[in-house]
Ligand binder design. Structure first.
Ligand code: FMN
Length: 209
């Protein structure tokens, strides 16, 4: 059993999104490996890979190899995510959308869809972090969920407290009382991310029974 987390922040150090993804993967790892079963998690930083932009050539629609894949790291990422039982994507809000590096990955993932939905039936979860209290968290999550749907993945959310915990990892640097924080100080975002990771691990276990 393998859960792969993809961090979509281009930030190389102190990324809040990456921190929340790590929390989700730690919770998932604990829930996966409970004595009887074993599982692995893997975190991929999208910014550490060279991903060329999709040129819209439609080679993938014709089920012929993507010409860009000879020149960049996309095959390496594809190899890892195809093995996953579940994928969690974490993205900061950039103008209420995902950063360009992550969008490039999403566009270049089209061959996996065109080859008969190679990512089908993988469990999917989403995490986001934004600067502002209302900084586009929900549009980012919705965008990631639609990406998962297009690939035939199965979207999952956390099932913590029905009154306190949201279904996806989400938070903001802006504090209600004024001032700023990083995700390490955002208890609700941490709890939601851990809840998501745990739920995904439980679903993966159930699927593997
Ligand atoms: C290009 C750019 C666009 C951004 N757009 C938004 C935005 O629309 N709304 C918002 O609340 N924060 C926005 N931010 C702030 C980031 O969402 C915020 O700093 C987030 O915590 C970054 O996550 P990271 O630390 O994981 O990289 C933007 C930041 C950058 C660099």
């Amino acid at each position: 059993m393998l859960i792969v987390g993809i961090c979509g922040s281009p930030k190389r150090k102190n990324s809040s999104t990456r921190f929340l993804l790590q929390k989700a993967l730690e919770a998932a790892s604990e829930a996966l490996s409970d004595g009887e079963t074993k599982g692995e998690t893997l975190l991929l930083d999208i910014s550490e890979y060279e991903i060329r932009q999709c040129t819209g050539c439609d080679a993938c629609v014709r089920k012929t190899p993507c010409p860009e894949s000879d020149k960049d790291d996309m095959p390496k990422i594809e190899e890892q995510i195809k093995q996953a039982d579940a994928i969690i994507i974490a993205a900061p809000s950039y103008f209420t959308s995902v950063p360009g590096v992550l969008k490039d990955f999403m566009d270049r993932s089209r061959p996996m869809k065109m080859l008969n939905h190679e990512l089908r039936d993988k469990i999917f979860g989403a995490i986001t972090y934004a600067g502002l209290r209302y900084g586009g968290q929900e549009p980012v999550i919705e965008l990631l969920h639609r990406f998962a749907l297009a690939h035939g993945m199965i979207i999952a959310g956390g099932v913590g407290s029905p009154v306190k915990d949201g279904p996806f990892g989400s938070g903001a640097m802006q504090k209600d009382e004024g001032g700023w924080r990083i995700a390490k100080e955002d208890e609700l975002a941490i709890a939601a991310s851990e809840g998501l990771g745990k739920r995904i691990a439980k679903l993966v276990k159930r699927f593997n029974q």
